[in-house]
Write a protein that binds this ligand. Structure first.
Ligand SMILES: *[C@@H]1O[C@H](CO)[C@@H](O)[C@H](O)[C@H]1NC(C)=O
Ligand SMILES: *[C@@H]1O[C@H](CO)[C@@H](O)[C@H](O)[C@H]1NC(C)=O
Ligand SMILES: *[C@@H]1O[C@H](CO)[C@@H](O)[C@H](O)[C@H]1NC(C)=O
Ligand SMILES: *[C@@H]1O[C@H](CO)[C@@H](O)[C@H](O)[C@H]1NC(C)=O
Ligand SMILES: *[C@@H]1O[C@H](CO)[C@@H](O)[C@H](O)[C@H]1NC(C)=O
Ligand SMILES: *[C@@H]1O[C@H](CO)[C@@H](O)[C@H](O)[C@H]1NC(C)=O
Length: 508
């Protein structure tokens, strides 16, 4: 009998594994760093035996066996933010408007794309939808269409956009807006501006952005419930965040920090680059502004300023420079590399400083390997990241417009000479590595948990049941005022009566 049960269990386990869950993921943002984050997670999900269908603008190289790509070809044809450098000085208000407009335009393109339509008009079934939290509200209709719960991956960590859908406390006293230049630790004026910006963003969202998404939802999924019903029905948010990266903030039970999950064990560098790095007795500086803004598009004056500063250093420099045909001269201690495996170069013991745009993935990789940062923020939430990095003391920031020889040289020397930054980032690194479970294992466990518990509605915060005036206790305040007014009125009337009665005999 025991043997029978054993075999049955074994068979069931195998059966369960072999079938796996069917997961539909949509990572439509035409930004490679958003896509890569989604792929990193879902590849691991597929390698556990689940069936992943990925809808995105990019095809995946070497996909796992249970992976299906649905590529949205030409999604971004004729779609451009222009020169990325224009975003450096753009006001936060214009940025918010522009990026939201781009978001709804992109979603419109996704839902009218033939490959997407094929999926929603098919008779396929899915057990789970995985989306990004990135201006894609109308896509939540997928959850209704396939009658499946949805989880969200946020590439930016805790923010207004992630907090609101799960009812997480995110007061503007300590939650800076993504597009402002403040960290979590704000001065009075910064909190004032942050709150003002929040009100602006909320008005813009409710008056302009959501109506657009409501229309798209209605056209694409005609019998879907209201956008709000879908919006506040997130089963789980996986956040690219960790206490080692920023300040600790409140977090409801269905927000799970998985910051660092994208970091892989280091692989060896190319022979040539490894020798270059090994021979650098005074250390190496690595310079890369990420994959969207290319160093080669930098103004030539700024480039020359930076090269002049580098020429005076003892350290060697590896600069991710995308144009191998550049003709200008460069100092002998600077080496251009068209493409570098960033995580692997950060892992090299001779790396002393990382000059970066401050994207969150780069920050986390630098913390992982304990390399101090000089941040030159370019766009999106990089200004906010820069403020936090400086405030937490594991790096410094320099705005692109402030790059002068004096400024740049001062900051690079300060970061190289003052051991404080290295000590701080080593501490952060220790915090990132000292975890109960690995971030990726945690992500996988929670994804399967949501599938096992059919959307895990028990995790939803009770705050989502409250109307906004209940949440802010405005009804309680109103009741308190009524009680106070009533009590005062009654007291006054009683006193008056007593007073008048007592006075009466005297006047008689
Ligand atoms: C789905 O539709 C295809 C034809 O379009 C059909 O062959 C298949 O059996 C259908 N599957 C289910 C589960 O209904
Ligand atoms: C927050 O900023 C203030 C002023 O800049 C500073 O004095 C304080 O130490 C900071 N707090 C933390 C936790 O870094
Ligand atoms: C550099 O020049 C080579 C040969 O002329 C050419 O094939 C290549 O596309 C050029 N690279 C860039 C980035 O312009
Ligand atoms: C950089 O230089 C400008 C003036 O050119 C100055 O206003 C600014 O404060 C400097 N920034 C830093 C970080 O030194
Ligand atoms: C850093 O040290 C180097 C030599 O060790 C020196 O030339 C440079 O002036 C120092 N910079 C600062 C800011 O102290
Ligand atoms: C919300 O999600 C639950 C599963 O977690 C599901 O049963 C319910 O139908 C969803 N509601 C809407 C309006 O989609």
């Amino acid at each position: 009998m025991k043997v029978f049960w054993f075999i049955l269990c074994l068979l069931l386990t195998f059966f369960d594994y072999a079938i796996g869950a069917k997961i539909l993921a949509v990572f439509h943002a035409p930004s490679f760093s958003h896509y890569i984050l989604g792929v990193k997670l879902l590849r691991a999900v597929a390698e556990k035996g689940h069936h992943v269908t990925m809808i995105s603008p990019f095809p995946l190289k070497n996909p796992p066996k249970t992976w299906r790509d649905i590529v949205l070809e030409d999604l971004t044809k004729g779609f451009s933010f222009g020169n990325i450098l224009n975003l450096v000085t753009m006001s936060s208000y214009r940025k918010e408007i522009m990026i939201n407009a781009a978001g709804s335009e992109l979603v419109q393109r996704v839902v009218t794309h033939p490959s997407f339509k094929n999926v929603i008009n098919s008779n396929e079934t899915f057990d789970l939808i995985v989306l990004e939290r990135f201006m894609n509200e109308a896509l939540l209709g997928l959850s209704h269409r396939f009658n499946a719960p949805y989880i969200v991956l946020s590439s930016t960590g805790y923010s207004r956009r992630t907090n609101e859908v799960v009812g997480n406390p995110g007061s503007t006293a300590y939650t800076p807006d993504l597009y402002l230049h403040y960290g979590y630790n704000m001065t009075l004026w910064q909190r004032f501006h942050n709150t003002f910006f929040y009100c602006f963003a909320m008005l813009h969202k409710h008056l302009v952005v959501l109506p657009k998404h409501r229309n798209i939802l209605k056209e694409t999924f005609p019998d879907a419930p209201s956008l709000e019903d879908l919006f506040y029905n997130t089963s789980l948010i996986l956040l690219n965040a960790h206490v080692s990266v920023k300040y600790a903030v409140p977090s409801v039970p269905n927000m799970i920090d998985i910051g660092g999950f994208h970091v892989s064990p280091p692989k060896p560098l190319s022979e040539e680059l490894k020798k270059y790095m090994d021979d650098a007795s005074d250390g190496v500086i690595y310079f890369s502004l990420g994959s969207i803004f290319l160093s080669k598009d930098m103004a030539p004056e700024i480039r020359n300023t930076i090269l002049r500063v580098f020429s005076k250093l003892k350290q060697k420099v590896v600069w991710k420079w995308e144009d191998e045909n550049s003709t200008f001269s460069k100092p002998p201690n600077v080496r251009f590399e068209k493409w570098v495996s960033q995580q692997d170069i950060l892992a090299h013991p001779n790396l002393k400083l990382f000059i970066t745009h401050g994207g969150l993935l780069s920050n986390i990789e630098a913390i992982y390997h304990g390399v101090p940062l000089l941040v030159i923020p370019i766009f999106a939430e990089q200004f906010m990241n820069a403020a936090d990095i400086e405030s937490l003391g594991y790096g410094l920031k320099l705005y692109y417009a402030d790059i002068t020889e004096e400024n740049f040289s001062y900051l690079v020397n300060e970061l190289l000479n003052n051991t404080r930054y290295k000590e701080n980032i080593k501490l952060r690194s220790k915090i990132l590595h000292d975890q109960e479970t690995k971030p990726m294992d945690r992500a996988l466990w929670w994804i399967e948990y949501v599938i096992r518990h059919k959307g895990a509605p028990h995790l939803k915060s009770v705050t989502l049941n409250l109307k906004w005036y209940q949440y802010f206790l405005l009804d309680v305040l109103a009741l308190a005022i009524v009680i106070i007014v009533f009590t005062v009125a009654v007291t006054v009337i009683c006193l008056k009566r007593m007073f008048i009665k007592r006075q009466k005999p005297k006047t008689d």
